[in-house]
Design a protein around this ligand. Structure first.
Ligand SMILES: Cc1ncc(COP(=O)(O)O)c(C=O)c1O
Length: 441
C-alpha cells in the first residue's frame, strides 16, 4: 500500500490532486485530462514526471520542410487557395515515395495531400462508408488509435473491431473471414507499425488481409503513420529491397495514409497524404450518388469529401512535405537515421520495465519479439491497466491505459518513448525498482 511506503511523490499530495481533478477513474481519463493532472502535481511537488502518455515527436522538425515552407510563403502562396488535388510538386514526390519505398506503382493523379493522416482517415471513411448501402460498417484491426473510432461516431457510421492479439499469422485468416463474410463491412483499417502496441503485420498476414479483402470486396486502409519505422530491417534505401510489407502488393483496391508527423517530426504543421490505388480511384459505385454528385470513387473522395472537409490543404505545408519527400526520394536525406533513436531508447526502457516485474503485453510478431520503436505495451501482475496508470502516478510516471484502443488486454498500458530524455533514464529505472519493491508479492 502506497500509504505506508515512501513514494517518489508525496502520497497525500497525489491523492489530493486526483481528488481535485474530479476524475473518477484516472485510467479511463483522456490524454489531455491526464496531462492537466500531471501538470498540477508537478507544479505543487516540484518533481518532474517521466512523461510517457503523449504520442508526440520528441525531435525537432525537419528543417528541409521549414525552409521550403518559409520560401513558399515568401513567394506569396499564402494569398492563394491551394488546388484541391494538391500541388503538382507534392503529387509527384508522393508517387515516387511509394514507388521507391513500397515498390508499388501509383500514378500522381491518385496521390493527395491531407491535413495529417487523421484527416486522411476521416476523408476515407466519409467516402468508403458510402460506397455500398449494404456495407454500413467499418472494421478496425485493433488495438488502434482512439481518434479513428471517434471519427466514425461523429459521422454516424457503424464500427466493429477485432483485437488481433490471439489471431496472428495463419490464425488471422479464419477469424477475419468470419467477420468479412457477413457482407456488411465496407473497409478495414489498421496501423503498421501499430499504435499502441508496435506490432507489425508480416508479409504473410498482409497477404491474408489482402486476399480476404479481394474476396469480399472490402477496402483496406493501411495507416502508415510510422512509415518504415520497424527498425529490425533497413528499409531506408530508396528503390532497394527490403521494402516495408504492405497490403498494396496483395490487393488491387486499397488506400494508404502517410503522415509527416513522426517521420519528419512535423506534427504541428498537419500534413500527410492519401494514396488511392488506381483501380479503386477509377471505380464507379452507384450508391455514392446518395451523398456525392458522381459515382466515381476518386472524384467523390477529392471533390466530395476532401473539399467539404477543408477545401484544400494549407499551401505552404504542401511545399514542405514535397521538399522533405524529394530529399528522401533522391537519397539526400535519411529520415530513419533521425528517428531510430526511438528504437534505441525503447530497447533500454523495455529492459528496465521487464527487470522490474512488468511484462510486455503485445510481445510478438508471429513468434518474433516485436520491434523496438515509438511505443510498447506493459502490464504488472494483479493490476488492470486502469489501476496501473493511477499507481504509477505516485512514482512520477505517466502513461495511458489500453482501455479505449479496442484492446481486450485490460491489464495493459501504453508506454510512449518519445518524450523521455536520455538523462531521465536512470531516474526511470530507480522509480520502477521502487515501484516493484513496494508491490511485488
Ligand atoms: C496510428 C496513427 N495514425 C494517425 C496518427 C496521426 O497522424 P497525423 O498527425 O498525421 O494526423 C497517429 C498519431 O499518433 C497514429 O498513431
Amino acid at each position: 500500500m502506497e500509504t505506508l511506503v515512501n513514494t517518489p511523490i508525496d502520497y497525500n499530495l497525489v491523492k489530493q490532486k486526483i481528488k481535485e481533478s474530479k476524475l473518477t477513474n484516472i485510467g479511463k481519463a483522456s490524454i489531455r485530462e491526464i496531462l492537466s493532472l500531471i501538470n498540477s502535481i508537478e507544479n505543487e511537488s516540484g518533481i518532474k514526471f517521466i512523461r510517457m502518455e503523449m504520442g508526440v515527436p520528441g525531435l525537432p522538425a525537419c528543417d528541409i520542410g521549414i525552409n521550403a515552407e518559409a520560401n513558399a510563403l515568401k513567394m506569396g502562396i499564402a494569398s492563394k487557395y491551394p488546388n484541391i488535388e494538391g500541388v503538382p510538386e507534392l503529387k509527384r514526390e508522393i508517387s515516387r515515395f511509394v514507388n521507391l519505398f513500397l515498390d508499388i506503382e501509383v500514378p500522381q493523379k491518385c496521390c493527395f495531400p491531407c491535413t495529417g493522416s487523421t484527416n486522411g482517415s476521416f476523408i476515407s471513411f466519409l467516402t468508403l462508408g458510402r460506397i455500398d448501402k449494404r456495407k454500413d460498417t467499418v472494421l478496425f484491426l485493433d488495438p488502434g488509435f482512439p481518434v479513428h473510432k471517434q471519427q466514425l461516431s461523429v459521422i454516424g457510421i457503424n464500427q466493429t473491431n477485432l483485437d488481433v492479439y490471439k489471431y496472428r499469422g495463419e490464425k488471422l485468416r479464419d477469424k477475419l473471414e468470419s467477420i468479412l463474410s457477413k457482407g456488411n463491412v465496407s473497409c478495414l483499417l489498421y496501423s503498421n507499425p501499430n499504435n499502441p502496441s508496435w506490432i507489425c503485420f508480416t508479409e504473410k498476414e498482409l497477404k491474408i488481409i489482402g486476399e480476404l479483402c479481394s474476396k469480399y470486396d472490402v477496402i483496406p486502409i493501411e495507416d502508415l503513420a510510422y512509415f518504415n519505422m520497424d527498425f529490425r530491417k533497413d528499409y531506408s534505401k530508396p528503390g532497394l529491397p527490403p521494402h516495408q510489407p504492405t497490403v498494396a502488393r496483395h490487393n488491387e483496391n486499397y488506400i494508404i495514409l502517410i503522415s509527416s508527423s513522426k517521420i519528419f517530426s512535423y506534427a504541428g504543421q498537419r500534413i500527410g497524404c492519401i494514396v488511392v490505388s488506381e483501380n479503386l480511384y477509377d471505380r464507379d459505385y452507384p450508391d455514392l450518388l446518395r451523398n456525392y454528385s458522381s459515382p466515381n470513387f476518386g472524384h467523390s473522395l477529392v471533390y466530395g469529401a476532401a473539399y467539404a472537409v477543408s477545401a484544400g490543404v494549407t499551401h505552404s505545408t504542401q511545399f514542405a512535405f514535397a521538399a522533405m519527400l524529394k530529399a528522401v526520394n533522391d537519397g539526400d536525406y535519411n529520415f530513419i537515421d533521425e528517428v531510430k533513436v526511438y528504437g534505441q531508447r525503447a530497447k533500454i526502457m523495455k529492459k528496465m520495465f521487464t527487470e522490474n516485474g512488468f511484462k510486455i503485453v503485445y510481445e510478438h510478431d508471429e513468434g518474433d519479439p516485436i520491434a523496438d520503436g515509438f511505443y510498447f505495451t506493459v502490464s504488472y501482475p494483479s493490476f488492470t491497466g486502469e489501476e496501473l496508470i493511477e499507481k504509477l502516478l505516485y512514482y512520477g510516471i505517466s502513461a495511458i491505459s489500453l482501455s479505449n484502443t479496442g484492446s481486450l488486454r485490460k491489464e495493459g498500458i501504453r508506454v510512449c518513448v518519445s518524450l523521455v530524455s536520455d538523462e531521465q533514464l536512470p531516474e526511470l529505472e530507480t522509480r520502477l525498482r521502487l515501484f516493484n519493491e513496494n508491490h511485488k508479492n
